[in-house]
Design a binder for this molecule. Structure first.
Ligand code: MV4
Length: 672
């Protein structure tokens, strides 16, 4: 075994690889960009080398800088993780040329799977089932049309060099074929520099089931069963699980053996994944092979009890696989959910910012416990626009699928993440959705269940408002409704909005969500507290423990029933984690806004993230109405339209088209 491993990646996968390498007694070397100087993966390794700027092409995609870092630190092996250089055959070759072990397959195997049509030809020879179709060299439009007519409609035209859903066209009838072919070829030529296409029968309601394979340099190759990754959104996996619901033993060994045949056909070595597309009746067809360790590998580790990174390192060092096929078994059911800093209600736009709070339920990382969190960021870190905005992967196991789902739902509800928007509530709805719970899985599930998965936002309940008010009271030193009056502010005028009316104490609170401004008043009369909200006066008691702003345990009794929450107060907002959900309420500060009538609808005129101004639709002096588009920003490859928060007149536009703006920069001023 080599003794020093360089990890040519960042984030959760770099941390995960480092954990196994350390456990095996290897010295670990991290590489990092400007943006990652304080990143968790740097702290997770013994040594770290700065390799360049924050943009991937200035650091994590620089083969030369990474090889130089390996030379400097005496690393004998490089683990590429996933993404970045992990499936780059030139990098694999450059490692070999530098005498460094690339922890991955031989570059010939990466190359063989790189072209869809060439891979299909190889797979056909190896007896791996393929979707009926044409993947040959003849690209004459008339010939391809004949092939499509023979296959029968609908057909799918796929760019041979494509992947991840890019460069595909569904054709419903022969009359549409010629135009779809021309447009697919144009896209393939401009996106991949290669206009070769293949034609397949289009499967209407497919599942995505993939097989984990592992091969060593001694001629052994095994499969570690399947993962069902059918639940996707725009070709991004959202949850993955193993085993696949409904899989029979017979089908499992047929798919496993087909996957091993696929790997053997390209003389595969190391960890690989063979993706299949599966029809409702269980027939399966080869789609592509991923020649790396995948994001979702932990579900396989959870059900098999094997550490796949350890296997990768052993195989890379020339050792044989530790077990043979008949030693491998499945125990229980595992599910992974990918937790992202993104906004599901706004097209899953990445949410950039600092994670003020990030806490998961108690767990042990990288062990075979039933709850596992593979994370790459910690509280205080910033989600930047440079990289994938993944916060962590949550993987849980149960003795069966129902138990795993219940555990996943519970743990998702216990995560405390504040500072960026996340998909956690969306994941919880998905895991608890009836179609998902019944394993009615296919690649269209999220669209099909759209209404259940994207419910309109409900206004904060009275319980939630009371919980937030109790947290605010605790911050003033009133930890419970029994707080001796002596400890309550002696002079209510010292507290914003405190006053005396008929009772001995009263205070008003303003809590704002979206456009709703909740006015809440509490009053102490005799020995009783009353909370006035939505024109009702409700009997109110509260206790708050753990008074730190970032972890208040709040219990209220409102009108005779109890409610509990964790409340985190940060950045002028109360984040109420109750009943497995989260509500965020902006705290209206009566003093700060004393002479600012318009503050209730401010916001929207600052850049939501760093990016570039790509168009401006207004200039100084223009009259605008609430909701009018003012400008368009491009950030993280997506367009974001900034709209007027209220009617008014544009006073000043602070940037021009083409300008780069920082997060939070004021873009336009509007007078009312
Ligand atoms: C298909 C298909 C239906 N029929 N091929 C999408 C990405 C690429 N890897 C293959 N993909 C598909 N190929 C035939 N003949 C449907 C898809 C597909 C899909 C596949 C797996 C997971 C999610 C998907 C979402 C949309 C379409």
């Amino acid at each position: 075994m080599f003794n020093t491993l360089l990890i040519a990646n960042r984030g959760e996968i770099a941390c995960r690889v480092a954990a196994t390498a350390r456990r095996m007694g290897l010295r670990t070397v991290a590489v990092y960009s400007d943006a990652d100087a304080r990143a968790r993966h740097v702290a997770a390794c013994d040594t770290a080398v700065h390799i360049g700027g924050s943009e991937p092409r200035a650091s994590y995609l620089r083969a030369d800088a990474i090889l130089e870092a390996a030379r400097q630190t005496g690393a004998q092996a490089i683990h590429p993780g996933y993404g970045f250089l992990s499936e780059n055959e030139d990098f694999a070759e450059a490692c070999a040329a530098a005498g460094i072990v690339f922890v991955g397959p031989p570059n010939s195997a990466i190359a063989a799977m790189g072209s869809k049509s060439a891979a299909k030809t190889l797979m056909e020879k190896a007896g791996v089932p393929l979707v009926p179709g044409y993947h040959g060299d003849n690209q004459e439009p008339a010939f391809l049309q004949e092939q499509a007519d023979d296959i029968g409609y609908p057909v799918l035209i796929k760019a041979s060099a494509g992947g991840g859903g890019k460069g595909m066209r569904i054709v419903e009838s022969t009359g549409q074929f010629a135009e779809a072919l021309a447009s697919c070829k144009r896209e393939a030529a401009s996106s991949f520099g290669d206009d070769k296409v293949l034609i397949e029968r289009y499967l209407q309601k497919p599942r995505h089931i993939e097989i984990q394979v592992f091969a060593d340099t001694h001629g052994n190759c095994v499969y570690l069963f399947e993962r069902d990754c059918s639940v996707q959104r725009r070709h991004q996996k959202v949850v993955e699980e193993a085993p696949a619901p409904g899989m029979t033993e017979e089908r499992r060994s047929a798919m496993g053996e087909a996957a091993v045949a696929a790997a053997r056909a390209v003389s595969y070595v190391g960890a690989g994944t063979v993706e299949f597309i599966v029809e409702p009746d269980g027939r399966f067809y080869f789609m592509e092979m991923n020649t790396r360790l995948q994001v979702e590998h932990p579900v396989t580790e959870m059900i098999t009890g094997h550490d796949l990174v350890e296997w990768q390192l052993r195989v890379a060092a020339g050792q044989p696989l530790p077990v043979s096929q008949q030693d491998l078994t499945i125990t229980g059911h595992a599910i992974e959910a990918r937790i992202y800093a993104e906004n599901p209600d706004n097209g899953f736009l990445p949410s950039i910012g600092t994670l003020g709070t990030l806490r998961f339920p108690p767990h042990v990382e990288f062990t075979d416990g039933d709850i596992r969190v593979d994370g790459g960021v910690k509280a205080g870190d910033t989600i930047t626009p440079f990289y994938d905005p993944m916060i962590a992967k949550l993987i849980v196991r149960g003795s069966d699928r129902d138990q795993a789902l219940a555990r996943m739902g519970r743990v998702l509800g216990e995560i405390r993440c504040v500072g960026v928007q996340t998909n956690i509530a969306f994941l919880k709805r998905l895991i608890e959705d009836q179609a998902f719970a019944q394993a009615d899985l296919d690649t269209g599930l999220i669209e099909r269940r759209h209404d259940a998965l994207f419910p309109p936002a409900a206004p904060a309940s009275e319980d939630v408002l009371a919980l937030a008010v109790a947290a605010l009271l605790a911050r003033q030193g009133m930890a419970s409704s029994d707080t001796p009056r002596a400890q309550a502010p002696a002079d209510p005028w010292s507290v914003p909005d405190g006053w005396r009316v008929s009772g001995d104490y009263a205070q008003a609170f303003g809590l704002i969500e979206d456009s709703t401004h909740h006015e809440i008043t509490i009053e102490h009369v005799g020995q009783r507290w009353t909370l006035m909200v939505n024109n009702q006066a409700l009997a109110f008691d509260w206790t708050v423990t753990g008074a730190a702003d970032n972890d208040m345990k709040v219990r209220v009794r409102l009108d005779g029933h109890d409610a509990m929450a964790t409340v985190i107060i940060a950045d002028g907002r109360a984040h109420v984690f109750a009943a497995g959900g989260i509500k965020t309420l902006q705290i209206h500060d009566a003093v700060a806004h004393a002479d600012d009538e318009s503050s209730a609808h401010d916001g929207g005129l600052t850049a939501p993230m760093p990016g570039k101004i790509i168009s401006l639709t207004v200039k100084a002096g223009d009259k605008v109405s609430r909701g009018d588009a003012l400008l368009v920003m491009e950030a993280m490859k997506m367009e974001h339209t900034i709209t007027a928060p209220a009617d008014g007149t544009v006073e000043e536009v602070f940037f021009d088209v083409g300008d780069q703006v920082t997060d939070g920069a004021e873009l336009i001023s509007i007078s009312q």
